[in-house]
Write a protein that binds this ligand. Structure first.
Ligand code: RB5
Length: 150
């Protein structure tokens, strides 16, 4: 189950990404917004992120104008690693190396076709584990207030 959310600036792109998920036979839960009325992106970023952090959803995709605000909001939820991507290389690598459990995109930054390619790359790439797990675990340790100095 994929959590998906956006603000008012990204309704069209969210619809395209939902269609892509449907084509791939992936279930999603839409956490809003569902209107073009100006809204506050942290509300929707947090809703999707909490669903991922709680295990209700496996991964999440969040979209705002730049992708920055909604990714910042998602990353404030414990357990979330939300990567803002504007290229397919970063989308692949943030799965392979960072085990990013959420993807953020900027609807005013990238086009629809690139956003779909980024989403596909992010969905299809597994985490490599190994030395990358050590580093991801260090990120979690920072989140837990632990000292990661060697
Ligand atoms: C909304 O105007 C815009 O600020 C928002 O979509 C996003 O870009 C914030 O980071």
């Amino acid at each position: 189950m994929i959590a998906i959310a956006c603000d008012h600036s990204a309704l069209e792109l969210k619809a395209e990404i939902k269609a892509l998920l449907e084509q791939r036979g992936l279930e999603y839960k839409d956490f809003g917004t569902d209107s073009e009325a100006s809204c506050h992106y942290p509300i929707f970023g947090a809703r999707a992120a909490k669903a991922v952090a709680s295990g209700e959803c496996d991964r999440g995709i969040v979209i705002c104008g730049t992708g920055i605000g909604i990714s910042l909001a998602a990353n404030k939820v414990k357990g979330i690693r939300c990567a803002l991507c504007s290229d397919t290389y970063s989308a692949r690598m943030t799965r392979a190396h960072n085990d990013a459990n959420m993807l953020a995109m900027g609807a005013r930054v990238i086009g629809v076709e690139l956003a779909k390619e980024i989403t596909a790359a992010w969905l299809d790439t597994p985490f490599e584990g190994g030395r990358h797990k050590t580093r991801v675990d260090m990120i979690t340790a920072i989140e837990n207030g632990e000292d990661i100095e060697p």
